[in-house]
Design a protein around this ligand. Structure first.
Ligand code: FAD
Length: 399
């Protein structure tokens, strides 16, 4: 049976980074990947452009994660500067501190990482199905230490699977969808493709500001995607046991810059002074043009009505719906969920090393852990930093 110092399971960004770090001091590292190539999901990131990280200062960055205290040490151990230095590439920062390679190609990131795997044995088409005591893998090879970096549950075509959680032999928190478009029963075909810019979307006490994009089946866009994490966290289900049952309401504040009172005051003034203007034209001051007909239809107000003829009841309904346009949500679009909420319970993982506190010699990195962030480079940041720390620790070099 072949023996290795360190076996890393999963060749996504976390596993590759763990292998890079481990191979700096250990010459006997193996990376096991079930696909015929590494980094399938990485290639899809950022719409194929790879939003590789987020360049907010670390302390500020940490506030965006569900388990910031756990991530702190890994973020300070492996910084964005350390990440950029691995590549012979230039990077650019876009809106909201999102960092992309200037070439606009996720393939360049994958290639840059793979170029650093010189000292690592890689076995492709190797699906780990069992890890027996003494770290005997699939009864075929043995390792002194093992790093599990098998990812989460989303986009199964890239290699992820619920089955992988069994491999961890660790306590798990509930496994849920994250960063997912939301499904609704409303017929949105008339406004598919329309974007509402910078609206405020709320679910119970959670509020997220961002864009909402309508699709044929529901709502998506960065604002919705980020709110979906909050929704997933606050409802109870576990994909290891059941699918989520969803019947809830979210509300969109279409005019977040004005209060209800300010809207009433404006309408009182304008509905007199611009009395001859048709309502649907007047609303262009507040709403995306291509959304107005749909909006007025939904609240049963005729857009052809002149402002002076809009009665008080309709005016109140207008203000109420501009401030709180509600959608019934019936599910997550699981095929497009981007991350997993939940995973290996952090209570049993040492944040200074990524080693299990239950099984010495067993380490975790990336999405398999119960850590996730919003869209914007936050999730690859987790994969790279925890991957690096796990590799460093397994090779005995953690600081
Ligand atoms: C469409 C999409 C776009 C995204 N865009 C971004 C973005 O721009 N920025 C960002 O920060 N995040 C983005 N994310 C999230 C990000 O891709 C993930 O958080 C990240 O890939 C997690 O890395 P990982 O290495 O932990 O897991 P993965 O990337 O999922 O890698 C896990 C690897 O393990 C292998 N594996 C699994 N089980 C086994 C097994 N039993 N034996 C052997 N190998 C196994 C898999 O084949 C896979 O190669 C996106 C996600 C998706 C789906």
């Amino acid at each position: 049976m072949d023996e290795y110092d360190i076996a890393i399971i999963g060749g996504g960004p976390a596993g590759i980074m763990a292998a890079i770090a481990a191979s700096r001091t250990s010459s006997n590292v193996i990376l096991l990947e079930k696909n015929p190539s590494l980094g399938r999901k990485l290639l899809l990131t950022g719409g194929g452009r790879c939003n590789i990280t987020n360049d907010k200062p670390i302390k500020q960055l940490l506030t965006f994660f569900n388990n910031k205290n756990f991530l702190k040490h890994s973020f300070f151990t492996f910084t964005n500067e350390d990440l950029y230095s691995l590549f012979d590439l230039e990077f650019m920062t876009e809106e909201n501190n999102r960092v992309f390679p200037k070439s606009g190609k996720s393939g360049d990131i994958l290639k840059g990482l793979c170029d650093k795997l010189d000292g690592v044995s890689i076995t492709y088409n190797f699906e780990v199905k069992s890890i027996k005591p003494g770290f005997v893998i699939n009864d075929k090879l043995k390792a002194e230490k093992v790093i599990i970096a098998t990812g989460g549950v989303t986009y199964p075509q890239t290699g992820c699977s619920l089955d992988n959680y069994k491999l961890t032999s660790q306590p798990l928190t509930d496994i849920k969808y994250g960063l997912a478009p939301l499904l609704t029963e409303r017929d949105l075909s008339g406004i598919a493709g329309v974007t509402l810019h910078d609206v405020v979307i709320s679910y119970k006490k959670h509020r997220v500001q961002g864009n909402v994009l309508f699709s044929h089946v529901g709502l998506t866009g960065p604002g919705i995607i980020n709110l979906s994490n909050e929704i997933s966290e606050s409802i109870s289900y576990n994909l290891l046991e059941d699918d989520p049952e969803i019947d809830l309401e979210i509300a969109i504040d279409l005019c977040p810059e004005l209060t209800r009172e300010e809207l009433h005051q404006k309408f009182n003034r304008d509905f007199q002074s611009k009395g001859k203007t048709k309502l649907k034209n007047y609303l262009k001051l507040y709403l995306t043009n291509s959304f107005i007909d749909y909006f007025l239809d939904e609240i049963s107000i005729d857009g052809e009505t002149q402002l002076s003829n809009v009665n008080r009841k309709s005016r109140n309904r207008l203000v109420e719906n501009l401030k709180r346009f509600a959608f019934k949500i019936t599910g997550f679009n699981d095929k497009l969920a981007k991350v997993t909420v939940g995973g290996v319970d952090l209570k049993y993982v040492n944040p200074k090393t990524m080693e299990s506190t239950l099984t010495p010699g067993l380490y975790f990195a990336g999405e398999v852990l119960d850590v996730h962030g919003p869209t914007g480079g936050y999730n690859l940041k987790i994969a790279f930093s925890t991957g690096y720390l796990a590799g460093l620790s397994a090779s005995g070099k953690a600081v």
